[in-house]
Design a protein around this ligand. Sequence first.
Ligand SMILES: NC(=O)c1ccc[n+]([C@@H]2O[C@H](COP(=O)([O-])OP(=O)(O)OC[C@H]3O[C@@H](n4cnc5c(N)ncnc54)[C@H](OP(=O)(O)O)[C@@H]3O)[C@@H](O)[C@H]2O)c1
Length: 295
Amino acid sequence: MSPRPGPGLLAVRVLAAGLNRADLIAYGSAPTSAPGRELAGEITAVGDGVEGFAVGDRIMARGHGFAATAVVEARLAIAAPEGLSDEEAGALPVALTTMHDAIVTHGHLAPGGRVLIHAASSGVGVTGVQLAAAFGASTIFATSRSSTKLDVIGRHVGPIDSELVTIDTSVEAFEEVATDVDLIVDNVGASVLEGNIVAAAVQGRIVQVGRLGGREATIDLDELARKRIELIGVTFRTRSDDEVAEIFTRVRDDLGDRLTLFRPRIAGRFALADLEVAFAELAADRHVGKIVVVP
Ligand SMILES: NC(=O)c1ccc[n+]([C@@H]2O[C@H](COP(=O)([O-])OP(=O)(O)OC[C@H]3O[C@@H](n4cnc5c(N)ncnc54)[C@H](OP(=O)(O)O)[C@@H]3O)[C@@H](O)[C@H]2O)c1
């Protein structure tokens, strides 16, 4: 029997946990000391005041997943749909909340909008492509430095109503292909900022999510002003638990019955005991989608 968790909390047996780039960045050469940021789990005990969850339910949540058991906040959990495997459910919370916040809440994507997703092969990127399609983008420009990875993304996403235009940035300047873009989801940062200003439409939005390509860049403020571009930064680091809970509420309300549309691509599955090997695989940048560990 698990000890009873505190009010508002759920005790879970971890089934799978996704790896995130942020752990490599925050924990440097020792990412294995990271506790993890997301998981799928089976509820073993429910704290006071929790509604809507019961012992035995399978959930996906933000929480410390690199362990056999975890305690998570019920408001940062979503019932895992039957159609998703444990690995898929454990790989979804960070990407789904990050991309919903970027594309819907801050990006205000309207049906028919043109969207550019940088580092579309990343864990967040693949979900971003799926979300942009679900919210009615007319065209989705997806970038990667590898044409092979772009093919994999296209196959994983499958038939969608949006036109998917893939851009291999090792051979093409993305801003020459992606023009008049209403929403740019920037998972790359400094190395693409100048091009983003070129690619953006008048009144376009750039949501700055990741700095894989550097954190400092110069931009043409005259072009920013002329196009009336909104440049919006987002992170979980300065968000209170209440703010993160609000994102979960929006995701549940908006996507609750269609979560299986956002099936993550599992690019690697490792035993928790091999977390070091799993992080080495993430750092090698060969993956498309998510790498997970299972206890
Ligand atoms: N703001 C937030 O709230 C938030 C939340 C979650 C994640 N993030 C950020 O989003 C980014 C992606 O995270 P993730 O966990 O999904 O990453 P990931 O799965 O590890 O994917 C990273 C991919 O980005 C591309 N990349 C790596 N270095 C690059 C560079 N120098 N220039 C261009 N592309 C590069 C590579 O794809 P190709 O080889 O295909 O080019 C790589 O496979 C990270 O920066 C992370 O910190 C932010």
